[in-house]
Design a binder for this molecule. Structure first.
Ligand SMILES: Cc1cc2nc3c(=O)[nH]c(=O)nc-3n(C[C@H](O)[C@H](O)[C@H](O)COP(=O)(O)O)c2cc1C
Length: 228
């Protein structure tokens, strides 16, 4: 029988044991999403404590996808040095680290992001009463590409895996749910249409991660893609 402390693998990703630290927002990044030495030390401590795999708190792929203070961002190439410090700290402590990627969609506020939140449809969510702007088809395409760019950036910064946050009412989840998706185009209506955004993000992330292909360079319902 397999035990918690046994070494294991997720595809090509070798783990010291089967303990996974679930994604948890720590609020330890700079205002713009840049990771700090404090966060690197925190993750290293978790790895030293025996977590085989650490999943980071949700990292926004575009500034308007941020939700909470101190949240990490994976939208900016200039964050590469502190990102690499963070992954090196975990690897140095014998652990592995997976980056969770998110866009908060309508579950944020103009106060946090400085612009009107975006969503599949102009429907408010209970805790975020601002009416979001509906994404156009072109904006959906851009968003899909940005998830892929974020994955490529994560790979370049030596993360071992990436995870798409498709739950908890954030943008991908808002496309999946008929409660927040009232679109009448190819991204709304049937379950196939409501899944389209998720599947396109997934394909884009695979391209970004596996082929290190960036569409453009800029500056559970979750899916994990192990490293390799
Ligand atoms: C403060 C806090 C922050 C969290 N941040 C995230 C997050 O960034 N991404 C995510 O997918 N889940 C997040 N979660 C959910 C946790 O990963 C976890 O699923 C939840 O706490 C339930 O875990 P449990 O069943 O072991 O209690 C967060 C939970 C808490 C309490």
């Amino acid at each position: 029988m397999r035990k918690l402390f046994d070494e294991t693998r997720i595809n090509r990703l070798a783990l010291n044991n089967r303990f996974v630290r679930s994604a948890t927002w720590e609020g330890m990044c700079e205002e713009d999403g840049r990771p700090t030495a404090r966060l690197a030390a925190y993750y290293a401590n978790l790895a030293r404590g025996g977590a085989g795999l650490i999943i980071t708190g949700y990292a926004f792929i575009r500034p308007d996808g941020k939700q909470l203070p101190g949240q990490m961002g994976i939208h900016d190439d200039s964050f590469a040095p502190p990102m690499r410090d963070l992954t090196a700290a975990v690897h140095g402590a014998g652990g592995k680290i997976c980056l969770q990627m998110v866009h908060a969609g309508g579950q944020t506020s103009a106060k946090v992001i400085g612009t009107r939140p975006v969503a599949p449809s102009t429907l408010q969510t209970p805790q975020f009463p601002e009416e979001p702007a509906e994404l156009s088809l072109q904006e959906i395409g851009n968003m899909v590409r940005l998830f892929g760019d974020a994955a490529a950036r994560a790979k370049e910064c030596d993360f071992d895996a990436v995870q798409l946050h498709a739950a908890h009412g954030y943008l991908i989840n808002q496309f999946l749910s008929p409660l927040t998706n009232r679109r009448t185009d190819a991204y709304g209506g049937s379950i196939e249409n409501r899944c389209r955004f998720l599947l396109e993000c997934y394909a884009s992330v695979r391209k970004g991660w596996v082929m290190n292909f960036r569409c453009w360079s800029s500056s559970m319902a979750t899916i994990t893609l192990p490293g390799g």
